[in-house]
Design a protein around this ligand. Structure first.
Ligand SMILES: C[S@@+](CC[C@H](N)C(=O)[O-])C[C@H]1O[C@@H](n2cnc3c(N)ncnc32)[C@H](O)[C@@H]1O
Length: 263
């Protein structure tokens, strides 16, 4: 059964880690040619628990507004960002965000679009809220990103080796590169480009800590398609594939798409 983002029990599922410095470097490189980040207003749509809203703030964005359709996520994001300046959150849909027209310089949507049936309304909303010349940055995993084999530093690959049916779930929802590029152009964005990014998701001191995170399905919506028995089997399988000792660095490959709203 897919994750229900509106359930209280899932409130912190996208709030319990921090963004990786490799992500920050990739974003800096994209944004740098477009002027000082301190002058930029960023909207993080589908912000979850605010991990990346806070990462944009730490990068030096002038202001960050996180938007999510789940009241639970917005509550978690507000808790996580308590006391941090220039970051705020509101409830809104990716297709009707509640943000003012032309009120942002950067719209960022991470791990959102694979939850949407139709990108057109979402991308039209991004274009509406962006000021002319603004950047639209989408981050998600493509079917090719997802299908990479399992390895000690790419443990997500083990999910699909052990439970191939999960790959079918992913194939049905993950966006191919060209589909997103075309949807961006159709929504009126120019200079559309894409690139891949290896992002460290989290570093675990030992398997016990990782196993607890997996058992709670934290931040991994695909694991909601396994029942508890299957999940326990998967965790045992992953343990058998990883070195017995030492920290575990969990990495995933992502795709970043960037488009510009014409001036
Ligand atoms: C996989 S989580 C990603 C959270 C965050 N962007 C991150 O990368 O950590 C997807 C988020 O999108 C939100 N979401 C899904 N559909 C949405 C929609 N139609 N409008 C706004 N938010 C949505 C969910 O509530 C959830 O917080």
């Amino acid at each position: 059964m897919p994750i229900d983002f509106h359930q209280h029990q899932n409130r912190y599922t996208y709030a319990t880690r921090n963004a990786d410095s490799g992500w920050a470097q990739a974003i800096q490189a994209i944004v740098a040619p477009h002027g000082a980040l301190a002058e930029k207003r960023v909207a993080d749509i589908g912000c979850g628990g605010g991990i990346y809203s806070l990462a944009w703030q730490a990068l030096g964005a002038g202001s960050v507004r996180g938007v999510d359709f789940s009241a639970q996520m917005v509550t978690a994001a507000r808790e996580k960002s308590a006391g941090v300046d220039n970051v705020s959150f509101s409830q809104g849909d990716a297709t009707a965000s509640g943000l003012e027209g032309e009120s942002t310089d950067i719209v960022f949507e991470r791990a959102l679009i694979h939850h949407l049936k139709d990108y057109a309304a979402c991308f039209a909303e991004a274009r509406r809220v962006l000021a002319p010349g603004g950047l639209f940055i989408v981050q998600d995993r493509t079917p090719d990103d997802v299908a990479l084999p399992g390895a000690p530093d790419h443990m997500r690959g083990y999910f699909f080796e052990r439970y191939p049916r999960l790959l079918q779930v992913e194939a049905g929802r993950r966006p191919p590169v060209a589909k997103v590029e075309q949807a961006m152009r159709d929504a009126g964005f120019s200079q559309v480009q894409s690139q891949t990014l290896w992002e460290i998701r989290k570093t675990y001191p030992d398997f016990e800590t990782l196993g607890k995170d997996l058992a709670a399905r934290t931040g991994r919506s695909i694991l909601h398609d396994l029942n508890d028995t299957e999940l326990a089997d998967l965790i045992a399988h992953i343990k058998s594939q990883l070195p017995a000792n030492g920290p575990i660095v969990e990495k995933d490959r992502w795709t970043l798409w960037v488009g510009t709203k014409p001036s």
